[in-house]
Design a protein around this ligand. Structure first.
Ligand SMILES: [Zn+2]
Length: 608
């Protein structure tokens, strides 16, 4: 998953082409496909696999053996398609301007769309197998391996409608998504932001991509200018934006009602088998720890020497990025050293990331911005970076390698069918690695500025991931509940409620410009149906797990490695519990925020 700090590529014609980069700093895609010819061969090999899978249509109830064969055929088809897709997307990201590579992407995307349309019969057909027959099937030896995933699918049975109703809903799905689509078109294409002054006093057009750079400016006027321009623009579209959000929330409510879920929240958490208490516990736990956030904001206000702290004074770094220039070799060495507490086996596997060239390191012309870890079951993981030698880049490296190692462990220890871990746990390993790097650097780098930078970096990460995302989660819950009670989401109500919540979370230290009330309009995640809380639970889990790892206990380390190996072989809450963190309880969130309290104390000492 790309880091949230994705930035748009710098416009520069001076950048080298990907082919001109030194080979050892590029990823090696040969283990995936040695040449285009072999990619084409696999691309063609997808069709017979689809055909084979399709031959089971209408036959799933015949016997457990037939059902097993059908699922295995589906796995074969998906596994190869993923491999073909992975190569195309990695190549396309090397140079997004290459029409040759984007043509490969277009072809595999079209293939994906065709396959998902043709194979949509599978789940509904499973649901039509009589319960008695299915229970007999599940006891059979043949289906033993797939029992867990079938049971998962069958949990949805009480929420599945008749074939005719499902068909109607399927045909209407495109219409149902029009509110969200309208929001995306308006937000990404039609809405234009004004020109604002940058740090050099020059006018530059504000975009979604550069907004954060303005907010990170040390010049308060620049920050305020961008903030006012951003929310002023949203204000102009407040009626349309309230309507698109209202339409999407109504869709979620409609879906929950017709599918017999007790509430829209429970409908959304159903897929991960997460009870509503986890969501509600998160909100109440964060609320009890709001005073720590207020303390942090007071430290920030004092450190910035401001008379008044506004919402546009929250994102600028308290210690502007330390001017240490980190070489690539040094970055790799720090990450290696920082991850040593994860044990010999982990470190030996991690070494492959460097020796087998998993990482595409440098920025080049047309390369996709930001950073991510990707790959498939039949390849080792790949990491894309745009390394500039900042301290932040070293954290990005540790983060992405956390994803990579999680995938590697899961792929090595699970069969394909259960290897792909859930989004619920997706950011845990990456964040844990960042925390281990923080711990290592705090011990190694005694320079006062570097220490202050590290503390700020972590404090802002926890503030943004736990407090801010939980505030979003609470807002999301509130608007869905209103909609369930047939209260329309008007722009006045959305703005008033948002401002109220913002005041509660940020406390009295922040005297928020009234314009922040429009922030609800620019958060795309509000269209995703209860997604953001996973950022907060993931960070809380990582805080606990990194402490477990650093405790030196071999049992705790094994429990953590067990999580990396688990893939999707169990329910997410069970996987986390076995790893050493019980997310059904409020304690992990409370403990993570107490840790935030410690960081704030250290920060106060370092800065004031
Ligand atoms: Zn990530």
């Amino acid at each position: 998953m790309p880091k949230k700090s994705d930035k748009l590529p710098k416009k520069s014609d001076k950048l080298p082409l990907h082919a001109e980069l030194s080979v050892e700093l590029t990823w090696d895609l040969i283990p995936l496909y040695p040449d285009l010819k072999s990619w084409e061969k696999d691309f063609k090999a997808i069709d017979p696999l689809v055909k084979k899978f399709m031959s089971y249509k209408g036959r799933l109830a015949e016997s457990p053996e037939i059902l097993t064969e059908a699922i295995a055929a589906m796995d074969d088809m998906e596994r190869l398609t993923e491999k073909v897709y992975t190569y195309a997307h990695l190549r396309a990201d090397e140079d997004t301007g290459s029409s040759h590579h984007s043509a490969l992407m277009d072809r595999i995307n079209a293939k994906y769309a065709k396959i998902s349309g043709e194979t949509a019969w599978f789940d509904p057909e499973i649901m039509t197998i009589p319960l008695k027959t299915m229970n007999k099937f599940l006891k059979s030896k043949a289906l033993k391996f797939y029992k867990r995933s079938l049971k998962e699918l069958l949990r949805e049975r009480p929420h599945t409608l008749s074939e005719k109703e499902e068909r109607i809903l399927g045909l209407a799905s495109d219409i149902f998504s029009s509110s969200h689509k309208t929001f995306s078109k308006l937000n990404n294409a039609d809405m234009k932001f004004p020109r604002v002054k940058n740090e050099h006093g020059k006018l530059a057009t504000l975009t979604h991509g550069n907004y954060i750079e303005f907010l990170e400016s040390h010049d308060r006027g620049v920050r305020k200018g961008a903030f006012s321009a951003m929310f002023g623009t949203y204000e102009k579209f407040r009626n349309t934006l309230a309507s698109t959000l209202d339409g999407t929330v109504k869709k979620h409510v409609f879906n929950a009602k017709i599918r017999n879920y007790p509430s829209v929240l429970e409908a959304s958490l159903f897929e991960d088998n997460v009870p509503a208490e986890v969501y509600n516990n998160l909100i109440s736990a964060v609320k009890t720890k709001l005073p720590i956030l207020h303390k942090y904001l007071a430290v920030r206000k004092k450190a910035l020497k401001l008379k008044k702290l506004d919402m546009y004074d929250i994102y600028n770094p308290l210690v502007p990025e330390c001017r240490i220039k980190v070489s690539w070799d040094e970055a790799c060495r720090w990450v290696r050293e920082a991850l040593k507490p994860l044990g010999k086996e982990y470190c030996a596997l991690l070494e492959n990331a460097f020796s087998q060239r998993w990482i595409d390191v440098m920025e080049c012309k047309g390369k996709r911005s930001g950073a991510y870890s990707s790959g498939c079951y039949d390849s080792h993981p790949y990491v894309l970076m745009n390394f500039n030698g900042t301290l932040g880049d070293v954290f990005t490296l540790a983060h992405e390698l956390g994803h990579s190692m999680h995938s590697l462990y899961s792929n090595r220890n699970q069969q394909y069918h259960y290897a792909d871990y859930s989004i619920f746990v997706a950011e845990v390993a990456s964040t844990t690695n960042e925390l281990l790097l923080h711990h290592y650097l705090m011990k190694q780098k005694r320079d006062k500025n570097v220490q202050a930078y590290l503390l700020c970096h972590l404090a802002d990460e926890i503030r943004g991931t736990v407090y801010r995302q939980t505030m979003f989660a609470e807002f999301e819950k509130m608007i869905h509940e209103k909609s369930e009670n047939s209260i329309p989401l008007t722009p006045d109500m959305l703005s008033a409620e948002y401002y109220k919540l913002n005041t509660e979370y940020y406390g009295k230290t922040v005297e928020a410009d009234q314009m922040v009330e429009m922030e609800w309009a620019r958060i795309p995640h509000f269209y995703y149906n209860f997604y953001v809380y996973k950022y907060a639970t993931g960070m809380s889990a990582a805080v606990k797990l990194s402490k477990n790892i650093l405790s030196g206990s071999s049992e705790k380390l094994d429990a953590y490695l067990g999580f990396l190996k688990a893939g999707d072989s169990k329910d997410v809450l069970d996987i986390m519990k076995d790893a050493g963190v019980d997310l059904s309880r409020p304690e992990p969130v409370l403990e993570a925020l107490d840790e935030f309290g410690n960081i704030v104390k250290q920060l106060e000492k370092a800065l004031l």
